[in-house]
Design a protein around this ligand. Structure first.
Ligand code: AMP
Ligand code: MG
Length: 330
């Protein structure tokens, strides 16, 4: 299949209207999308990704008004949307229009991406875009255009070539269809931010330990976000001492706050050496680089990846969750 790689909103909207599948960047990660009203097109996304059929897709909208035509938006939902959208948050709402994918559910996960060009494209499509993250099911989401082209050129109808994601992990998901709101997936909009609007928000103790057979959000029962290399998350002291004794071993990758240049300088030269060591200065930078780093380590065929624990405070919640998910044993 010939894939159109373009930033032309009209051409890419044409593909969607004709039932095509298009990979596009959002501020969180790349998505792989189709018209929410074309069931066959949405089903193709599942085939391409190898995604389990019972894991529903998020519908992407260009405005709150558009969401209101499809879902029940009560006062709380409206306040959350006004505060955090467009932005990295997804709300699960009661569905009004049963024709939208997935038809068998009475609820719909909705989100408004931040990039103005992507919202313009959704408007031009004339339909919400149902899209999971653009990756093979279970693997980390993609955040770099070169990785997207490597995986999806020749597989999808179009790839939207514009600003790469900056956040780096998937959106925060909040369930609003039960009496008490629940955090279904942590992200960079954190529970402390949400609690200002949802004081009774339920925050499951540990997302990584959630091994129930009846998950509240279908996606939580599947293994997620894991590279092929084994991931180990270590507290700072252990991480530092292990790196100083073991950092030169070419079969392991390192990501953390303490990989000072002078330490990594003692390593042999070569691009592989640079690629397998990633120094970051904040949780936000760590989050934005994490998946691309996992992808690079897998390309290098590394055996393991050592990750320093996130810093306490701002930006730790979503990052910690993805590191825990990635380090679950296979
Ligand atoms: P992804 O698009 O791959 O980042 O995953 C979307 C997440 O939203 C998954 O965890 C889904 O299970 C969850 N989700 C999507 N739609 C619904 C829904 N109607 N109810 C609950 N969770 C949902
Ligand atoms: Mg995903």
């Amino acid at each position: 299949m010939k894939t159109l790689i373009s930033s032309d909103v009209r051409l890419l909207a044409d593909l969607i209207r004709k039932g095509g599948v298009v990979v596009f960047p959002t501020e969180t990660v790349y998505g792989i999308g189709a018209s929410s009203f074309l069931e066959e097109a949405c089903k193709r996304i599942y085939q391409i990704k190898g995604r389990p059929g019972d894991n529903p897709l998020i519908a992407h909208f260009s405005s709150i008004e558009e969401i209101k035509t499809i879902c029940e938006v009560n006062e709380t939902a409206e306040r959350l949307l006004c505060e955090f959208s467009p932005g990295p948050i997804t709300l699960v709402l009661p569905k009004k229009n049963p024709a939208i994918f997935p038809k068998n559910l009475t609820t719909l996960a909705v989100r408004i991406p931040k990039n103005p060009l992507i919202r313009e494209w959704i408007r031009e499509c004339g339909t919400p875009i149902s899209a999971p993250s653009a990756n093979l099911s279970g693997r980390p989401s993609l955040t770099r255009m070169t990785d997207v082209v490597r995986y999806f050129d020749g597989i999808v109808d179009g790839i939207f070539d514009t600003e790469e994601p900056s956040v780096g992990i998937e959106s925060t998901v909040v369930g609003l269809t039960t009496e008490i709101p629940i955090l279904l997936r942590p992200g960079v909009i954190e529970s402390k931010d949400l609690k200002l609007f949802l004081p009774n928000l339920v925050i499951p103790g540990s997302f990584s330990l959630e091994k129930t057979d009846v998950p509240l959000s279908p996606g939580t029962k599947y293994k997620h976000y894991a590279p092929i290399a084994n991931v180990k998350v270590l507290p700072r002291e252990t991480f530092v001492s292990l790196f100083s004794s073991f950092g030169a071993n070419p079969n392991f990758g390192w990501i953390g706050f303490t990989l000072e240049e002078k330490e990594s300088k003692s390593l042999p030269n070569g691009s592989k050496e640079k690629e397998r060591i990633c120094n970051v200065s904040t949780n936000a930078e760590y989050t934005s680089k994490l998946y691309a780093f996992f992808e690079a380590c897998d390309r290098l065929g590394l055996e393991g990846i050592y990750c320093e624990e996130p810093k306490l405070g701002e930006g730790a919640e979503g990052l910690r969750n993805r590191l825990e998910k990635a380090s679950e044993t296979k």
